[in-house]
Design a protein around this ligand. Sequence first.
Ligand SMILES: Cc1cc2nc3c(=O)[nH]c(=O)nc-3n(C[C@H](O)[C@H](O)[C@H](O)COP(=O)(O)OP(=O)(O)OC[C@H]3O[C@@H](n4cnc5c(N)ncnc54)[C@H](O)[C@@H]3O)c2cc1C
Length: 443
Amino acid sequence: MKKNKITIIGGGPAGLACAYYAKNKGIEFIVYEASNSFGGNCQTIKFNDFYFDTGAHRLHDKDSDTTKIFKNLLKERLRKIHVPSQIYRDGKFIDFPLSPYGLFNFLGPINFIKESLAIIFNSFKSKNKIKNFEDFAINKFGKKIAHLFLLEYSNKLWGLHTSNLSTVISGNRLKGLSIYTLILETIFGKKRKTKHLDGSFYYPDNGIGVLFDELIYHCGVSNFNSKSKVTRINHSDNRINSIVINNQDNYNINHLVSSMPLGIFIESMSPPPPNEILSISKSIKFRNVILVCFFLDKKKINNNGSMYFPDKKYLFTRIYEPKNRSIYMSPNNKTSLIVEIPCFKNDDIWVLDKNDLIKKIKEDLINLKFFNKDHIIDSSIYKISNAYPILELNFEKKIKKIFDYLSRFKNLDVTGRNGLFAYTHIHDHMKNGREIIDYYFKK
Ligand SMILES: Cc1cc2nc3c(=O)[nH]c(=O)nc-3n(C[C@H](O)[C@H](O)[C@H](O)COP(=O)(O)OP(=O)(O)OC[C@H]3O[C@@H](n4cnc5c(N)ncnc54)[C@H](O)[C@@H]3O)c2cc1C
């Protein structure tokens, strides 16, 4: 039976994933994207002869269908690459994810033994008292390691004290250090260490954005509308009836998939949802990121995929060198560094004069000896809105109330990092898109 058309809000990874699967099932679809480009927070930007991604992106090989799809679409232009990442702390680099071998070198033998004993001791402690990310990190790693590498960093990244953050923020990135790896590495040393380094992933030759260019190309460009912001969502009798684009045109809806930020979706509903839902939606927050980019007349900075900076004295949390993901990201014998600064939109830094911000970060990077001022060909900044939904303590309860309310709309699906208010990645968006379309197809 022919299925009715699906309308998709948002041309980021989540919206495009739905479009891809709809196309493959022969379901008609249309995508409305507010900005003038596709790929959302997962794009590759061209700056003169350089390319950089909107943040240090990689395609994790965690959903086999997703990897297979992108391998088929990109063929030899998608490569598995192996680049390690490191944390810069107190003037030294240490491998990330943390490993016993790295900690031994960083802490020295006496402190290493002390902290290892703390990890072993903590592994026997009850987990019942773990209420927040701070408890979690201290329980898992002991106070010293948690403070040095995790708590200050997470506070900078999420903009909240770690005692107000959910344990969910750790993702899977803290797997490297456990009583298991401690014993293995103590016995087998460095040889064993490399097995849990997080440095292998897929990456397209010309930047992460190519993944989404290829999805669009595969689907046929005519179904994708840019500069089309959904400004109102009309509903009645538990159905979404129509959407308004750019405050002007009204389009009827058969089935709607939204990947726009959850709070904005709720606030765009007409008639408005109950006050409780509206006030919850106003209270959920997003973290933004400013990228400060330096384009350099220097062959290379170092071999790192990403460098993490937990120390509060730096505004930034992470720096990456695009060339270490693909040589095509910089011209021959040149490189670039992209610096990520998390912030809220009401922080002074979000509106700080571009040149003042570049000057401040430039000084830090020169002091870190990454380059000197003569190497700088050019510099630029790029702002990412709604980069991370802030997973504060007990956020699940708030979100559940919103989704309980939305579940009455049988012709609505919600997806995406900001749509679902979840710390999700490209492979998750592809998987969600597949599930949404499969379910719709079978209905
Ligand atoms: C710094 C950084 C590094 C990251 N690194 C990785 C990584 O290594 N690997 C990985 O898998 N993921 C990574 N991610 C996560 C990944 O970028 C996101 O998960 C992904 O961009 C989310 O896709 P989305 O479609 O849900 O949302 P978005 O990318 O935010 O796209 C949503 C789209 O909807 C549009 N929109 C919003 N409102 C409206 C409206 N009213 N009408 C129409 N359109 C609208 C927006 O303009 C946007 O294009 C990273 C993210 C950041 C910020």
